[in-house]
Design a protein around this ligand. Structure first.
Ligand SMILES: *[C@@H]1O[C@H](CO)[C@@H](O)[C@H](O)[C@H]1NC(C)=O
Ligand SMILES: *[C@@H]1O[C@H](CO)[C@@H](O)[C@H](O)[C@H]1NC(C)=O
Ligand SMILES: *[C@@H]1O[C@H](CO)[C@@H](O)[C@H](O)[C@H]1NC(C)=O
Ligand SMILES: *[C@@H]1O[C@H](CO)[C@@H](O)[C@H](O)[C@H]1NC(C)=O
Ligand SMILES: *[C@@H]1O[C@H](CO)[C@@H](O)[C@H](O)[C@H]1NC(C)=O
Ligand SMILES: *[C@@H]1O[C@H](CO)[C@@H](O)[C@H](O)[C@H]1NC(C)=O
Length: 834
């Protein structure tokens, strides 16, 4: 019998050991000290041995040795309970000194349980804790069980931690830990919340962990965390539990090479999440909010952990994440970040300031993108206080209770009066506002839905009622011809902003002041009719912030009129060359490319059937007043292979210079044809020249060929837009060139998906952004410096001829790059008219 039990124990021991060695093999801290203060024996917690105080005395210099134990106290249950049985008392200033073998960030964990021992009542202790560079706690009173965790960068050979009693009080400690932190865990930079800039300089800060929360999941103990961290539940931070629901799917979690690692947070954290308790209600629109108490006057690192364990397919979860009132991750789509893969662990870092509030509020809520079920997700939150300019982490609370009673009465009266005035003002404002709003609504009832069931409704135009016209699968906002006549000053020729094969594009102003672009087709064109219908059909199914929205249409009296949101800044093309707009920075260009890539990615993946745009070019990427890119002109779009089984379309369509040679050769249409065209746009953005320019020497005529030649030589910098010279970081240019090159692969199968392109462009932007933070002297070595003037060696590299493109040289003169091969629906807006 004994033998059997022994064997069983041995077996358990072996299993335990195997588990430990496999679970924790990655983390092998160079420095680790764990001490169970006041304890006569070692204490084991998980796979850590907290050294008996008697063995730890060599680390401590103290004038007096006082050890106490809890005797009568009931010890709160926690994984650290064994540490709470005993404590060490410091009656005078005392210092622990630990030899640090590897410099870098180290965690200092202090465990406190204020119990009442025979001659010391620990709840009465008041004391300070510091390292030579940082004040960690000052005049601290431990009122309940707590663990304080700090991380400090130790560069000298020793780490000293000093306990100083305040006045005639004393200090105490139940447990102490010093452990190396893996270097990559805390990077130097993060996104600053307000203003949204890049924060740099975290490496020089000491941090204090204020919250480490497993959102929507259970407590995760240090045993389940490779870095011995504990994660609490979000229960005590949640503002309204009814709005929140829990999900758990730990087996789905994956750690991608470019995302988070097991050290950033364990599977137990990424595998559970808080989501909206919306029960798939398509109208749900609320935030799930948590509030974290902090000390005011400090900056905080907020690390948000995400892993989409709820979606079943890509691009079905878009949400907003707010820190206080800032939308820090608008329309966040986790699947896009990882090329369409789900359940990829990742985190985002933000630095926020808490100047005059004692809390940081974090909310998640649905994005306004219409065609996905509203939901939002958050898997984990860490909030860390950053040391201030004095290196201090302590204090920060502006004393509020000390103010004299007279002062606070004055304050209260002030507040009451203020509130009354505000309420009165609000009531007046509301009445006036409501009246005006009603008037506006009356004026702008111009869209009459094409009713199939005989019920006719009116609704306000896009802006006057504050909502976007919601277009279901059947877009039905037909606009009376008379209203369009009025909006365009009866198709005033001087209001024309573009002309194309299909007809003219006018600027228009609706009765409520909303600007629109009105595309009026030539009534005779049969070809045009098909494209007119395609465009209505496509745009009514697809709503995305990076696709130009259709506001309405008119088919009265055989008119073919489409009404779009007005794009203040015209085409991308016009901002690149030929229109005298100021040159855009590299960052602006990248953001535009990223926006356009998002729009295309959405077309390719956001719907059950992939949609192929077929006419991707810089003239079809429009810019709004903030230079945000939107893809336009869906007249040629086709749904992908699912519908078009043969992959063969009757006529090759598209624009010169952007055409996929494979499509041209084989007339086989796939999403990868758009990727090719987008690759050409990328080079156009970089070089700021037309994609076909017959006035140039033969080998330069076709941009795609010309740029590929230099890209293959690794000398792309020779042909970039002169205004960008010296401004693009070498890494950023290299990655951009590689991305464009891949898009231009001869065969579709070798080209990346639009999601990959998007991801790569975001990376290009990051590479560029990284440099802005460094000091300028350092930059010059990374940036393409003074370049010799471009020497075009026309004899090298041969003919370059090849597919498709060479044939366009036959085409004649004017603005060839904008000309389509068929009588296309025309460019929506042509820059020339502006
Ligand atoms: C406590 O642990 C230390 C280090 O692991 C070891 O050297 C020592 O022998 C242990 N002491 C006891 C009493 O187990
Ligand atoms: C310890 O001090 C606290 C706060 O001063 C007090 O409430 C508590 O009763 C004391 N406990 C004992 C056992 O004296
Ligand atoms: C620690 O500080 C040194 C000197 O400021 C710095 O070079 C190093 O990057 C820092 N290391 C970490 C991990 O913060
Ligand atoms: C969510 O999980 C937490 C931690 O396990 C639990 O306390 C809470 O009751 C759960 N909430 C819901 C709504 O299920
Ligand atoms: C912690 O890990 C153990 C095994 O390693 C596992 O059984 C347990 O479910 C984990 N706990 C949590 C909260 O994930
Ligand atoms: C969510 O919170 C943000 C920030 O406070 C706020 O701007 C937004 O209106 C909220 N959304 C909803 C639906 O309440």
């Amino acid at each position: 019998m004994m033998g059997f039990v022994g064997l069983k124990l041995l077996f358990i021991g072996v299993v335990f050991f195997l588990c430990l060695s496999s679970c924790y093999s990655q983390f092998n801290p160079a420095d680790k000290y764990s001490i169970d203060c006041g304890s006569p024996s070692n204490t084991t917690i998980g796979n850590r041995v907290f050294l008996s105080d008697s063995l730890a005395s060599s680390f401590l210099s103290t004038p007096q040795n006082v050890l106490v134990d809890t005797s009568a106290n009931s010890i709160p249950s926690s994984e650290y309970s064994p540490l709470y049985k005993t404590a060490r008392i410091f009656t005078q200033t005392s210092t622990y000194t630990f030899r640090i073998t590897q410099s870098g960030r180290h965690w200092i964990r202090l465990y406190f349980f204020p119990f009442s021992a025979s001659n010391y009542n620990l709840t009465t202790a008041v004391f300070s804790v510091s390292t030579p560079d940082h004040s960690l706690l000052s005049d601290f009173k431990a009122e309940s069980v707590q663990t304080k965790e700090y991380s400090v960068n130790v560069t000298s050979g020793d780490l000293e931690i000093t306990f100083t009693p305040t006045g005639s009080s004393f200090a105490f400690l139940n447990g102490l830990e010093v452990v190396s932190v893996p270097d990559p865990l805390i990077p130097d930079d993060a996104m600053s919340v307000n203003p949204p800039t890049n924060f740099k300089g975290m490496l020089n800060k000491a941090l204090e962990t204020l919250a480490r929360v497993n959102m929507g999941g259970p407590v995760v103990t240090s045993r389940n965390d490779s870095l011995w961290r504990s994660w609490v539940t979000d229960l005590s931070y949640s503002k309204n539990r009814n709005f929140e629901s829990n999900v758990s799917n730990p087996t789905a979690v994956r750690y991608p090479p470019d995302g988070a690692t097991q050290d950033d947070a364990p599977v137990s954290v990424y595998g559970t999440a808080a989501t909206m308790a919306s029960e798939n209600d398509p109208k749900a629109n609320f935030n799930v909010t948590w509030e974290f108490p902090v000390d005011r006057g400090f900056q905080y690192l907020v690390r948000l952990h995400f892993c989409d364990i709820v979606s079943t397919s890509a691009n079905t979860l878009y949400f907003n994440v707010y820190i206080d009132d800032s939308n820090v991750l608008p329309d966040y789509d986790l699947s896009t970040k990882f090329g369409g893969s789900l359940a990829m662990a990742s985190y985002s870092d933000f630095v926020t300031q808490s100047l005059n509030k004692n809390q940081i509020r974090i909310s998640i809520g649905p994005s306004s993108i219409k065609d996905v079920n509203p939901n939002a997700i958050l898997n984990g939150v860490e909030i860390m206080k950053l040391s201030n300019s004095d290196g201090s982490l302590s204090g920060g609370n502006i004393p509020s209770s000390n103010s004299s009673s007279k002062k606070s009465i004055g304050l209260i009266i002030g507040v009451v009066v203020g509130v009354l005035v505000a309420i009165l003002a609000g009531v007046i404002f509301f009445c006036v506002y409501k009246k005006r709003k009603q008037e506006q609504l009356n004026q702008s009832k111009i869209w009459i839905p094409l009713s199939t069931n005989g019920i006719s409704q009116t609704m306000g135009s896009k802006y006057s009622n504050g909502t976007t016209i919601s277009a279901g699968s059947n877009f039905n906002y037909r606009c009376p011809f008379a209203a369009i006549q009025e909006a365009t000053n009866n198709f005033d020729e001087s209001w024309v902003i573009g002309i194309g094969g299909f007809g003219k594009v006018y600027k228009g102003v609706l009765s409520d002041g909303t600007k629109v672009a009105v595309k009026r087709g030539n009534p005779k064109s049969q070809q045009g009719l098909a494209e007119f219908q395609t465009e209505i059909e496509m745009l009514s199914q697809f709503r995305h912030r990076h696709l130009v929205s259709l506001i309405g249409y008119c088919d009265e009296k055989s008119e073919m009129i489409l009404i779009y949101e007005y794009m203040e800044n015209g085409t991308l093309k016009s901002h690149l060359y030929g229109s005298g707009f100021p040159s855009m920075s590299w960052k602006q260009r990248l953001e535009i490319c990223i926006g356009a890539a998002r729009g295309l990615h959405y077309l390719h993946t956001g719907y059950s059937k992939a949609v192929i745009h077929r006419d991707v070019k810089s003239a079809n990427i429009l810019l709004d007043e903030n230079l945000m890119a939107k893809v336009a002109d869906f007249g040629l779009s086709k749904t992908g292979p699912e519908i078009d089984q043969t992959h063969v379309s009757t006529a090759v369509k598209g624009s010169f210079g952007y055409l996929d040679p494979e499509y041209f050769r084989r007339q086989q249409l796939t999403e990868k044809s758009d990727v090719y065209s987008f690759g050409v746009v990328l080079f156009e953005v970089l070089c700021a020249r037309p994609v076909i320019d017959p006035s140039l020497p033969r080998e330069m005529v076709n941009l795609a060929e010309w740029a590929m030649k230099w890209q293959k030589k690794g000398q792309l910098e020779q042909i970039i837009d002169v205004t960008l010279k010296g401004k693009i970081r070498a890494d950023s240019l290299r990655k951009f060139g590689e991305t464009a090159e891949k898009c231009l692969s001869d065969f579709g199968v070798d080209r990346p998906s639009m999601g990959d392109v998007l991801w790569n462009l975001e990376y290009v932007l990051q590479l560029q952004e990284a440099v802005l933070q460094n000091d300028p002297d350092e930059n010059s070595t990374n940036v393409i410096g003074e370049l010799s003037p471009v020497i075009h060696d026309f004899n090298r590299g041969g003919d370059g001829g090849g597919d498709g493109a060479a044939q366009f040289e036959m085409s004649s003169g004017d603005d060839i790059s904008g000309v389509s091969m068929s009588k296309v629906f025309s460019q929506l807006v042509k820059s020339e008219g502006r």
